[in-house]
Write a protein that binds this ligand. Structure first.
Ligand SMILES: [Zn+2]
Length: 359
């Protein structure tokens, strides 16, 4: 009797489980929920969160980097609820009659608090914002400067191509409502085709296009009179970079263009080192990754094994090594498999320089 019940229960269990065992068909009702590799995108929409409590306090303290530049330095972490996206570097440049903001942080509330902190140094409006690249930890503060100051936003065209009002970026999905509320995706007002020199509020700038490097389109900002360079994410220090959207060869070229300028201070996109050694870690990381991955390809290491062979030991004690480094190596393998060698190694820095004047 007992055996019969067990057999019967087994049959019932088998029938119930059969859709999972014979899972030959997956019905995709909405193809938009697949990413480029055909994986399901989970949590693609989060209910917008609004609340009435006090704004998140970012507790921002500006650090003076050079005569005219102050920066807010973010944590060496991934964006989380706990850091409210305060994990990248955001700067202010003091012009004669206005502030110029460089990379505006992860939210409108961050930007508002940054402005309040800077107003204690000089009560000037922000009339221009300049952006390094499209990653949302670097420019979601733009909406504050647009709405409150009517600032002109200068930045890469890729921001307008890849982000639209109402889209939900990583920050918008991740942060608590009291940190992200009021943040809108606002378009860039002005983009340049290539490296351009201009003057804003008495300050000379060279806005240098490095193209596809850390992201689809990276730019850095050189202040020749201050001998200072603000470089966005083509340089990081103290932590391992994320090359998920980038390419090693583009990174190396960007680092060469930075090296070609005369500077005493460099502000990385992430990291606290701003002296003449600030770019060294990134140069070392990308040189090593290129050489070792190419060597692995030469020795016919298969893609699945490349992260076992190229471990970049000397970066093991850097923040985010375990989270990001093997992904960077794997991605470098995909890229460098097609690599033909350094044919144009010598003309790395031949960008056109358009002169342009502005008040
Ligand atoms: Zn980035």
């Amino acid at each position: 009797m007992k055996t019969k019940i067990i057999i019967l229960l087994s049959i019932v269990a088998f029938v119930l489980a059969s859709p999972f065992i014979f899972n030959k068909r997956v019905t995709i009702s909405d193809p938009h929920t697949l990413d480029a590799d055909g994986n399901f995108i989970l949590y693609e929409w989060v209910e917008p969160r609004t609340g009435k409590g006090p704004d998140w306090d970012y507790n921002l303290k500006p650090v003076k980097v050079s005569d005219r530049v102050w920066c807010f330095f973010g944590a060496l972490e991934m964006p989380t609820k706990e850091n409210a996206g305060d994990m990248s570097n955001s700067c202010y440049i003091k012009g004669n009659d206005s502030w110029i903001a460089w990379d505006t942080g992860p939210s409108a509330i961050f930007a508002k608090q940054a402005y309040e902190a800077m107003s204690k140094i000089a009560k000037l409006p922000v009339k221009h914002v300049i952006v390094s690249h499209e990653h949302d930890d670097h420019w979601l503060g733009n909406s504050y400067y647009k709405e409150v100051h009517g600032a002109e936003i200068i930045g890469p065209e890729s921001v307008n191509v890849n982000y639209h009002k109402g889209d939900q970026t990583r920050m918008i999905k991740t942060l608590y409502q009291n940190a992200i509320r009021g943040t809108e995706l606002v378009p860039v007002d002005r983009s340049f085709e290539d490296t351009t020199k201009f003057k804003i509020s008495g300050i000379n700038f060279e806005y240098v296009r490095v193209g596809y490097a850390h992201s689809e389109e990276d730019w850095f900002l050189y202040l020749p009179d201050d001998k200072t360079v603000l470089v966005g994410d083509v340089v990081m220090n103290g932590r391992v970079t994320s090359n998920r959207d980038g390419i090693v060869i583009g990174q190396i070229n960007a680092l060469k263009a930075i090296k070609a300028r005369d500077w005493n201070h460099l502000v990385p996109g992430h990291g606290f080192i701003t002296d003449k050694t600030a770019a060294d870690e990134s140069i070392r990381y990308f040189t090593l990754i290129k050489d070792e991955v190419l060597e692995g390809i030469e020795e016919e290491v298969i893609p699945d094994d490349i992260t076992k062979v190229v471990t970049l030991e000397e970066f093991r004690d850097k923040d985010l090594y375990y989270t990001l480094s093997s992904g960077n190596v794997y991605r470098a393998y995909e890229e460098l498999e097609m690599y033909e060698g350094d044919e144009d190694e010598d003309d790395e820095d031949d960008e056109d320089e358009d002169e342009e004047e502005e008040e």
